[in-house]
Design a protein around this ligand. Structure first.
Ligand SMILES: [Zn+2]
Length: 68
C-alpha cells in the first residue's frame, strides 16, 4: 500500500482510498475528499509543494534580462 499526503488538509491518504486525484506540474496529488480536490483545482499553486518542503524557486524581478 502506498500512502500519500493530501496537500490541502495534510491527512494521509491511501491511493486506493483516495476520493480523487489531480496532476499538477508532473506530480500526482491524492485527496481524501472531493472537497479537498476541488479546493486544490481552484488554486493548485497554493497547495502544491515538494515533499521535502523546499520552497519553490523564485526568480527575483529584474534578474532575467539584467540591466544595460
Ligand atoms: Zn483533505
Amino acid at each position: 500500500m502506498t500512502s500519500q499526503i493530501d496537500p490541502v488538509c495534510g491527512v494521509q491518504v491511501e491511493q486506493q482510498n483516495a476520493a480523487g486525484l489531480s496532476e499538477h506540474q508532473g506530480t500526482t496529488y491524492y485527496f481524501h475528499s472531493e472537497e479537498c480536490l476541488s479546493k486544490f483545482n481552484q488554486r493548485p499553486e497554493q497547495y502544491a509543494h515538494k515533499p521535502d518542503g523546499a520552497p519553490a524557486p523564485v526568480v527575483p524581478p529584474g534578474e532575467e534580462n539584467g540591466r544595460k
